[in-house]
Design a protein. Structure first.
Length: 94
């Protein structure tokens, strides 16, 4: 099993980390990155544990613990694809 990040997901992470870097500093941005990436990597053991998405057909939603973000994930037999990481207040998809 492997994790693949789409360009959209990487853009989302970059925007999130840039925001935290400017608003709260580099240590906070690093902590946010570790939390998001760590929770996504934890899916390697049991990716089906997260709920099916009602917003993105064929995807699942991982609510990032202690942060206001949701990762939209597609689970394939040998790959976890990270589609997007969005703020919970954002209407997604638009």
């Amino acid at each position: 099993m492997r994790i693949v990040w789409t360009d959209d997901a990487l853009d989302d992470i970059e925007a999130i980390l840039t925001h935290y870097f400017h608003e709260a500093g580099p240590r906070t941005a690093q902590a946010v990155e570790r939390r998001i990436v760590g929770q996504i990597e934890s899916l390697l053991l049991f990716p089906e544990r997260i709920r099916k998405s009602g917003r993105v057909p064929g995807a699942r939603e991982l609510v990032i613990n202690k942060l206001p973000f949701i990762a939209f994930i597609r689970v394939l037999p040998d790959t976890i694809i990270v589609l997007n990481v969005v703020h919970t207040a954002r209407k997604f998809p638009a």
